[in-house]
Design a protein around this ligand. Structure first.
Ligand code: ACO
Length: 385
């Protein structure tokens, strides 16, 4: 058998391999810089709002005032869930992880709400539907698992404020809504990471956007991708006090284990999003557990950077985000789902861009197994084992 895969380059984890040409975002991993469509993420977090950033990512330009108002109106109009999805959320066990709930709900939404099926509706209309409904799904699940009726979405509020309103059943303070809006901006896009790649691979088969985003949610969930933020809070609580940090790191390192919230395939210095989230955490923390976690986190950062900074190990986006979310009254198991709520904007942007000049992803695997086995002989051997 002629094995052509022997000549195929093999790069474990696709490190250093580009799989798309994109003008959506760019990371300078050495300088710790992230830009969306040319704008630094710090500036967007400071001056823009989530809806404007989603428009920017999808259309490649800042909206006019009219376009932004129209886009916000379209998003607000799509927030409500049909009775089928509301019922599904009540049927899922209260113990379900919100990321499993979200993955299931977006998949079911594909059955119920899909419009881009060749009948004249565009991909962007399905993207608006998914982006708008994710916050409603999460808030409705939080209500269902606490045996409360869901708080219906408000068309008067912006995306970020509306989510906090539905989650907590009361209007958020303006400052809190603004912080949450900035968090969504920080998490909205990040070039070709694992979940974006998963979305793009699914979309490259010309499958629908609900399927592609379902793939992305399943990928983001993993503890070494978006799932790390939840693990960080557990780790900070386990350490408990800054005085325990040195011993904790010593034990982890001698066991060859990773420290959650540190390290990144591309950033080899401070992740710029972690820098913003750290200053948010410092400004926001008021609760006792929050103060303690922040003290532990600051000490952990100091020791890890001192010991592993040379290797390019610095805090990533997931390190300080959980402290901020907790101060905003967001349950710990919601952290990764909040990430998904924001990243849906970036996933959709990549799905739109890639499928514009699509080529199906079809890599190879280098085969190392047997090639000449005979079934009857092997079956006889297997029977005797
Ligand atoms: N703690 C300690 N050491 C680490 C860490 C860490 N968190 N991350 C990487 N390293 C070390 C590795 O042990 C390795 O050391 P070695 O060269 O001596 O063997 C070196 O840094 C390079 O590590 P790789 O495994 O090659 O890094 P990779 O790019 O494959 O992994 C990843 C990146 C998965 C993010 C990794 O840093 C990690 O597991 N971090 C912890 C989980 C986490 O915080 N994930 C969130 C990332 S941000 C996001 O996805 C949203």
């Amino acid at each position: 058998m002629g094995d052509t895969t022997k000549q195929v380059p093999f790069v474990k984890g696709l490190e250093g391999v580009a799989v798309a040409i994109s003008s959506i975002s760019h990371i300078d991993g050495k300088a710790g810089r992230l830009i969306y469509r040319g704008f630094s993420v710090e500036e967007l977090a400071q001056y823009s709002n989530f809806e404007e950033v989603a428009f920017l990512l999808w259309h490649g330009k800042l909206p006019t005032d009219f376009e932004l108002t129209d886009f916000k109106r379209k998003l607000a109009r799509e927030r409500s869930l049909s009775s089928e999805i509301s019922q599904l959320l009540r049927l899922l066990p209260a113990s379900s992880h919100p990321m499993d709930v979200l993955r299931t709900a977006v998949s079911a939404m594909g059955v119920l709400y899909r419009r881009c099926d060749g009948s004249g509706f565009s991909l962007i209309e399905d993207a608006i539907s998914i982006l708008s409904k994710i916050p409603t799904v999460l808030a409705a699940f939080e209500a269902a698992r606490n045996n409360r009726p869901p708080v219906l979405p408000s068309a008067e509020l912006d995306h970020a404020a509306n989510f906090l309103y539905m989650l907590h059943g009361k209007l958020p303070e303006e400052k809190v809504a603004r912080v949450f809006d900035a968090i969504l901006i920080l998490h909205a896009e990040q070039e070709m990471n694992a979940s974006t790649f998963a979305a793009t691979v699914t979309a490259s088969t010309l499958s629908d956007i609900f399927s592609a985003i379902t793939s992305a949610i399943g990928t983001l969930k993993g503890p070494i991708h978006g799932g790390a933020s939840e693990r960080v809070i557990e780790m900070l609580d386990e350490i408990g006090d800054p005085a325990n940090v040195e011993t904790f790191i010593e034990e982890k390192m001698s066991a060859g284990k990773r420290i959650m919230g540190f390290g990144h395939r591309i950033y080899k210095t401070y992740d710029p999003r972690a820098v913003v989230l750290k200053s948010m955490a410092k400004e926001l923390v008021k609760s006792d557990p929050g103060r303690k976690r922040l003290e532990v986190a600051l000490k952990l950062e100091e020791v890890v950077v001192e010991r592993l900074g040379e290797k390019g190990i610095y805090p990533n986006v997931d390190f300080y985000s959980g402290i901020v979310y907790s101060e905003l009254g967001i349950p710990k198991d919601f952290f990764t789902a909040i990430f998904a709520m924001a990243r849906c904007a970036g996933w959709a942007a990549h799905i739109m861009e890639y499928t514009e000049s699509n080529r199906i992803f079809r890599p190879r695997a280098i085969y190392e197994g047997s090639t000449d086995l005979r079934y009857l002989e092997e079956k006889a051997k297997a029977r005797c084992e």
